[in-house]
Design a protein. Structure first.
Length: 363
């Protein structure tokens, strides 16, 4: 039998945001700029295991300067969203998938594995405490960010004997400042995100840290995001760092690179593949050579390129460029299958369409 879900006692904030400040944040949340009044926490140490589940006022963490995460980056995180439906109820999308992935990430980074029921209970406790922060509206959600870090003050290199799970939440509109406009992608010819046997499949902060210099280079060239190629051959599309990638071929096939240890197993990716397959589309998880995509865009064999992730939902790619090529995808505007996928997924998440899969979890 599953262990009983832990209780998260609530210590209420004595200085929550005013109704006016919260309303202003919810009216134009952007992404990751405002945070709710509370945070959920669970502590771990090698002697006691997981303990001290709680919800407390949002605020700065006090860390010893020797805290190991600050030195060696032993940290993993998750991202999931909660949606307010038209009847006012609040739902999380597939939180158990995030709970499972956090465990897998933690294992790779030698962090303790939080039981899945504790993860889900932490999300429930935080979102219930901060329910007024869950926005309503077509593109709006509450982005929930659980993160787990090595908290032992010790400067030797070994797995930490203390860890801390913290869950914060932030009202969110579109991830990209230009909303749903297609993004431009620079395919990095020489900087790689992950190698076989590395940490690419783990959602560790260090993977994102490694993506920042390529991102700065791409931005200087005028691009929104970077797409990475596999480190072994430098010829296969892998992922966009904050998003998984897929292409639509003129014959209707949707192709996305297979998970193989170097790619993040996106919950949005998995959900989209299911929705597409169930709607009768041919979905292939197979190696996707850059040459196939470049030639396909030139010849018209590849008609859409899309990116997907929790933060970015489903985002059309309008331009793909790299060493020796600079191509517009279709006519540069969102393609029909990308638009369908986005609408189908967000309708389910926002309760505008039925949820035949049981993906929504009531909070
Ligand atoms: C997400 O989509 O949740 C991500 O983690 C992408 C980014 C905001 C880090």
């Amino acid at each position: 039998t599953a262990p009983a879900a832990p209780v998260f006692p609530l210590r209420r904030s004595t200085s929550p945001a005013s109704d006016e400040a919260r309303a202003a944040a919810l009216a134009e949340p952007g992404f990751g700029r405002y945070f709710t009044d509370h945070m959920a926490r669970v502590s771990w140490d090698a002697e006691r295991g997981w303990h001290d589940h709680r919800v407390e006022p949002y605020g700065p963490l006090t860390l010893d300067p020797a805290t190991s995460v600050l030195h060696y980056g032993q940290e993993v995180f998750e991202g999931l969203k909660a949606y307010r439906h038209a009847d006012g109820s609040v739902w999380a999308f597939r939180p158990r998938e995030n709970a499972r992935r956090l465990r897998e990430s933690a294992r790779r980074l030698a962090l303790p594995e939080l039981p899945e029921s504790d993860f889900v209970a932490a999300v429930e406790a935080l979102v219930r405490a901060d329910a007024p922060w869950v926005p309503a509206g077509d593109e709006a959600s509450l982005y929930v960010r659980p993160f787990l870090f090595a908290s032992e003050p010790f400067v030797g290199v070994r797995a930490s004997r203390r860890a801390e799970l913290v869950v914060i939440a932030s009202p969110a509109g579109p991830y990209f400042p230009r909303g749903l406009a297609p993004v431009s992608i620079w395919v990095s010819p020489d900087q790689h995100r992950a190698a076989r046997g590395g940490t690419g499949a783990a959602k560790g902060g260090a993977n994102y840290a490694a993506s920042l210099a390529p991102q700065v280079d791409a931005a200087a060239r005028g691009f929104d995001q970077v797409c990475y190629l596999d480190a072994r051959t430098g010829s296969l599309l892998e992922e966009i760092g904050t998003m998984n990638v897929a292409v639509v071929r003129a014959d209707g096939e949707v192709v996305t690179p297979p998970l193989g240890g170097t790619i993040l197993a996106g919950v949005t990716r998995a959900s989209l593949l299911r929705l597409l397959a169930d709607a009768g589309h041919r979905v292939s998880e197979r190696r996707l050579p850059l040459a196939e995509v470049v030639d396909g865009l030139r010849s018209g064999e590849v008609v859409e390129v899309l990116a997907c992730g929790t933060a970015a939902v489903v985002t059309p790619v309008g331009r793909l460029a790299g060493d020796g090529f600079d191509l517009t995808v279709g006519d540069g505007s969102p393609g029909p299958l990308t638009a369908w996928a986005r609408a189908t997924l967000t309708d389910l998440q926002h309760g505008r369409a039925p949820d035949p899969y049981g993906w929504l979890h009531r909070l």
